[in-house]
Ligand binder design. Structure first.
Ligand code: HEM
Length: 188
């Protein structure tokens, strides 16, 4: 990284720690006040579970791409783990995988938002809680700004703003932490 240039990734770990601490407090508060709800059963619940797992896979692909991007950009990070003999081979293979992930990103992203919205709807609003509602809001937020990057109409300034807020891992951290705590609340 060039000196003097601020890397937005730098604040990611402190941010994650703060989010986990605040979420733990909110979790305790919501846990103490929660009302028991029967576990979802039957075909609708099965479908909801299937959608949840598919959404999880989609998010794994999306954030796996982010990790791969960072590993390749930082170059030396890969070199630290891979024996010299295999370095060139693995870097070129990783670039190929990254190319595929880049090309399919908008489809995987749209799929993730749609399938997880379906997952939430099928589970039923009685099972929602503040954490899960925040996850839904963040998914929609990511979807909307992602859309600004791929459709033609937005002016350049909106596109730049879209990139600024869409391509950050801060929302990814919140989605992961909130989804974790949210599911702990609805689990038994
Ligand atoms: C990051 C997004 C999300 C992912 C990856 C995800 C994934 C999953 C998975 C894998 C399951 C377990 C299915 C099984 O038992 O096999 C599940 C359960 C569940 N999810 Fe989600 N989910 C997400 C967001 C949401 C949202 C936004 C809501 C509601 C607003 C929600 C509500 C539920 C409920 C109620 C259950 C059942 C939990 C239980 O009874 O144990 N999920 N989810």
């Amino acid at each position: 990284m060039r000196a003097g240039k601020i890397d937005p990734k730098q604040g990611l770990i402190p941010f994650a720690i703060v989010v986990v601490i605040m979420s733990s407090l909110l979790f305790v508060y919501l846990y103490l006040g929660r009302e028991p709800v029967a576990e979802a059963e039957g075909f609708r619940a099965e479908l909801a579970e299937g959608f949840g797992s598919a959404g999880l896979w989609a998010l794994a692909i999306i954030y796996g791409r982010s990790v791969l991007k960072m590993a390749l950009n930082e170059g030396t990070l890969l070199e630290r783990f891979i024996p010299v003999y295999y370095q060139e081979l693995s870097v070129s293979a990783s670039r190929k995988v990254l190319n595929i992930l880049n090309r399919t990103h908008k489809h995987v992203g749209a799929f993730a938002v749609a399938i997880l919205a379906g997952h939430a709807a099928l589970m039923g609003t009685v099972r929602w809680n503040l954490f899960l509602e925040m996850v839904l809001a963040l998914l929609v937020w990511q979807g909307v700004f992602g859309l600004f990057l791929v459709v033609r109409f937005p002016p350049a300034s909106l596109r730049r703003y879209g990139y600024l807020v869409h391509a950050q891992l801060f929302s990814g951290v919140m989605i992961g932490v909130f989804a974790g705590f949210g599911h702990l609340l609805v689990g038994d």
